[in-house]
Design a protein around this ligand. Structure first.
Ligand SMILES: CC(=O)SCCNC(=O)CCNC(=O)[C@H](O)C(C)(C)COP(=O)(O)OP(=O)(O)OC[C@H]1O[C@@H](n2cnc3c(N)ncnc32)[C@H](O)[C@@H]1OP(=O)(O)O
Ligand SMILES: CC(C)C(=O)C(=O)O
Ligand SMILES: [Mg+2]
Length: 517
């Protein structure tokens, strides 16, 4: 099986992402991680672009031991000198010289004829060869360059001593077939082509960067270039982790190996995201937060039965701890029960069903439910409590110059009746509790009331706690909701239900005593 070289340009093309600026220390930290990841070439920057970038390239080359370190350079002696100044003490220095070749770039940007471009490219490679053991040449915008002219460019730079010929699809314009065909043409038409390594460099303007890179690999290129998390100019570069994992996962198809250690991918992605300030989209392949997360019940059930039902890569392979079964409105009972059991709750089928119904109600209002949410839900009612009253609906009217009013509808589970009541209070909670007193007809004394958010975020679950006294009976109640007022109402109703349960069992005991005589 042949090995394809991985050329990482996170620190150069990746840093060209608008708004990204990495300090020397940050570049060094990323470079060391890229080396742990196993990349073969690290393009550390563009030495001539600023004194800061020149020193960053130098520092990266000083610390990196296994990978080759490259600097980008225009096809002019002063850029090549700046690159050599930064890399002359590197263990494996390389220079990456580029010069645009497409008609549009020649005419409008460089204002040069084909002949002038050929001459400048060859001259720059010859000059760089005086210093660098490895010279890579890129005909910028190769993707939109006439194929005949591209072959001429390849011919002159190979004659001038180039070691690597990179073919950039600079503006992400090509389709996979078109891109692969360029390499086929170069091989057929450029006599010295076997003397250089061929390299692919793709941009994602049409979302084809990874597909094009893989097509180039199928066409036999020796090296593929890209950036971690797919960052880079405009829509970015080919995401290296995607290219590498396609090769790894579909090895029998591609028949290609790399030196990458997949288990370092997650760590590398996190570091690049943190230091560049570019968040990784949740649905991003391989490294997005949802790449190994399942929310829908049917998928979760499948995953619980066999991991390969819905995952083609194990999260551990790329350095994530495990698959996540996210509980939300699309989840089903299998995953719900499994999570409760993991959290230490072994519950009857009946209790699971009751909790699952409450869970669905909450999930309709909350994006996803965390473990803390589930614990709050599972502990909302503890002990055997007969359900006397159930909250059907609640409405609050509140204004800073008006008396708060609560209107609510309770269902009496024993009789099936619905009771509607409203009450004003000194505050919203006072109004709610008074309305519940009226609806249930119970006279109670409020001993304690607390409400707390036990999870995080603005849609966190609130947990209400209430302690009530009636005569010699003292009871506690708890309620959970995404809304603290509703959580308080539920806690109060729970306490009333407990009170009624206690009164009912006292009456049964009394009747029993009478019967037994
Ligand atoms: C496809 C790519 O990713 S290419 C790399 C792009 N990366 C960057 O540009 C980042 C770093 N760049 C920089 O810091 C600056 O652009 C510098 C320091 C390199 C140059 O800055 P300036 O001298 O002020 O020139 P400026 O950037 O405005 O214009 C570029 C000049 O280089 C010329 N040029 C562009 N590409 C090349 C090339 N490959 N070889 C030689 N000259 C080139 C342009 O024609 C233009 O020349 P002109 O001034 O004669 O019109
Ligand atoms: C410098 C070159 C290789 C480049 O980044 C591009 O053309 O996209
Ligand atoms: Mg590029």
């Amino acid at each position: 099986m042949r090995t394809v070289q991985i050329f990482d340009t996170t620190l150069r093309d990746g840093e060209q992402s608008p708004g990204v600026n990495l300090s020397t220390e940050e570049k060094v930290e990323i470079a060391l991680q890229l080396e742990r990841l196993g990349v073969n070439v690290i393009e550390a920057g563009f030495a001539a672009s600023s004194p800061g970038d020149q020193s960053a390239v130098r520092e990266v080359a000083r610390v990196v031991t296994d990978a080759s370190v490259a600097s980008l350079s225009r096809a002019v002696p002063q850029d090549i000198d700046a690159a050599w100044e930064a890399l002359k003490e590197a263990k494996q220095p390389a220079i990456h010289i580029f010069l645009a070749t497409s008609p549009i770039h020649r005419e409008y940007k460089l204002r040069k004829t084909k002949e002038q471009v050929l001459e400048q490219a060859a001259e720059a490679v010859r000059y760089a060869k005086r210093f660098f053991p490895v010279v890579e040449f890129s005909p910028e915008d190769a993707g939109r360059t006439e194929i005949d002219f591209l072959c001429e460019v390849a011919d002159v730079v190979i004659r001038a001593g180039a070691d690597v010929l990179n073919i950039p699809d600079t503006v992400g314009y090509l389709t996979p077939d078109e891109y692969a065909n360029i390499f086929v043409q170069l091989r057929e038409r450029v006599p010295g082509i076997d003397r250089v390594k061929l390299s692919a460099h793709c941009h994602d303007d049409l979302g084809l960067a990874v597909a094009n890179s893989l097509a180039a690999i199928r066409a036999g290129v020796d090296q593929v270039e890209g950036a971690i998390n797919g960052i880079g100019e405009r829509a970015g570069n080919a995401a290296l982790e995607e290219v590498v994992m396609a090769l790894y996962t579909r090895q029998s198809y591609y028949q290609v190996a790399t030196t990458i250690r997949p288990a370092e991918i997650a760590r590398t992605s996190r570091l690049v995201s943190k230091l560049t300030g570019m968040p990784v989209p949740a649905n991003k392949a391989i490294v997005g937060a949802n790449a190994f997360a399942h929310e829908s019940g049917i998928h979760q059930d499948g995953m619980l039965k066999h991991q390969e039902t819905y995952e083609i890569i194990r999260p551990e392979t790329v350095g994530f701890s495990q698959t996540k079964l996210v509980l939300g409105k699309h989840s089903g009972r299998h995953a719900f029960r499994e999570r409760l059991e993991t959290l230490g709750y072994t519950l009857s089928e009946e209790r699971i069903n009751a909790l699952f119904a409450r869970f669905k109600e909450l999930a309709d209002r909350k994006k996803s439910l965390t473990d803390e949410d589930l614990i709050a839900l599972a502990e909302e009612k503890h002990g055997e409590v007969a359900e006397f009253f159930e909250l059907e609906s609640i409405q609050l009217s509140y204004g800073n110059h008006a008396l708060p009013t609560a209107s609510l509808r309770l269902r009496n589970r024993q009789t099936g009746d619905e009771v509607e009541e409203a009450a004003c209070g000194n505050g919203s909670i006072d109004a709610i509790f008074k309305a519940i007193d009226r609806a249930t007809g119970e006279q109670v004394e409020l001993l304690d009331y607390k409400v707390a958010s036990n999870t995080q975020g603005t849609d966190a679950l609130g947990e209400g706690y209430v302690q009530l006294r009636q005569g010699e009976l003292t009871v506690q109640g708890r309620g959970v909701s995404t809304d603290v007022l509703e959580a308080s109402a539920r806690a109060y109703i729970d306490a009333i239900n407990r009170l009624l349960t206690r009164k009912q069992s006292k009456n049964q005991d009394a009747t029993l005593n009478v019967v037994l005589g």
